[in-house]
Design a protein around this ligand. Structure first.
Ligand SMILES: [Zn+2]
Length: 296
């Protein structure tokens, strides 16, 4: 994946988004383009406001900035640095930790952590592109260390369900969800959201999966001892995901967000510059994510 992004160097990126004006102009295009509509009354006409990139509704006088109502809402640091966080998160094969971001961009680690969490919200699947063709469903466990309230460390494991769309010899697209238990209903909902009704599902012959046939899905079930079931592709995908989670994010409190981040990048590994615009566009369309929504 890394090689495919080589053409989009940080120097190239900064030549496009090196100033606050560059970033504001890009957000204006992503947010309004040629289709301005007042966020308050829906009116289509505006006039200039006092601040350069703000727009004021000609009917109700509501003033809106390019960042309001988006993930950039009330951002406390420069847009140049915010765009660079998006760049690093979208283009680094393994993502980037908030500590690395803080060192690179001279920001507080907590600031980077929060903004990264917001970006990860925008990476969440829209469920508009279900997997097609041959789709393998695999359940596995991820072990990690979590802190208890008394600050002792505790080893825990979490179950994950992953759907892998296989093309040629590789995994073209993937989706994953954390599971509290392998409940029939959770599996069913996940598969119906993420897998096309025309796909052929390959899964182990056990409770959550053998009920899928009754949903009208094409399902090929394997005995759990059948070595053909977990193909080398699926094993590779699962091992890479587990290694990424346990080495980069050893203290995983927000597993679903990390799964979303991993799947987002995997599913766009053939994109070059488009991944930046895709992610920025998602962040502009996504409603604001205040800090309190990240407290669990
Ligand atoms: Zn208005």
């Amino acid at each position: 994946m890394e090689k495919k992004f080589k053409s989009l160097s940080i120097a190239h990126f900064l030549s496009k988004f090196g100033t606050e004006n560059d970033c504001f102009e890009h957000l204006v295009q992503l947010k309004w383009g040629n289709k301005y509509a007042c966020g308050h009354c829906g009116n289509k006409k505006y006039c200039k406001a006092v601040r350069l990139y703000d727009r004021q509704c000609s009917r109700c006088s509501y003033i809106e900035s390019p960042t309001s109502g988006t993930i950039f809402h009330k951002i406390k640091f420069s847009l140049v640095k915010a765009f660079q966080i998006v760049y690093f998160l979208a283009t680094n094969k393994k993502g980037i930790s908030s500590c690395q971001l803080a060192r690179t961009l001279q920001l507080r680690q907590k600031t980077c952590w929060l903004f990264k969490q917001k970006i990860m919200r925008a990476m969440e699947s829209t469920n508009r592109h279900p997997l097609e063709g041959n789709v393998e469903i695999v359940e596995f466990e991820i072990g990690h260390i979590s802190k208890k309230e008394d600050r002792e460390l505790k080893d825990t494991t979490q179950k994950v369900l992953i759907a892998i769309e296989k093309k040629s010899l590789g995994a073209s697209r993937i989706y994953a969800t954390e599971l509290q238990d392998l409940g029939v209903d959770i599996c069913r909902k996940f598969i119906l959201k993420k897998v096309s009704l025309d796909a052929t599902i390959h899964a182990i012959d056990k409770s959550p999966f053998n009920n899928l046939k009754s949903e009208g899905l094409m399902v090929e079930l394997f005995d759990s001892s059948n070595t053909k079931m977990n193909s080398s592709t699926s094993k590779r995908v699962v091992n890479c995901l587990k290694n990424w989670i346990t080495t980069i994010h050893c203290n995983v409190k927000y597993l679903q967000q990390y799964l979303d981040e991993y799947c987002y990048r995997h599913n766009r590994h053939l994109m070059k510059e488009e991944i930046i615009d895709d992610l920025l566009g998602r962040m502009v369309r996504h409603k604001p994510a205040p800090y309190k929504t990240f407290i669990v």
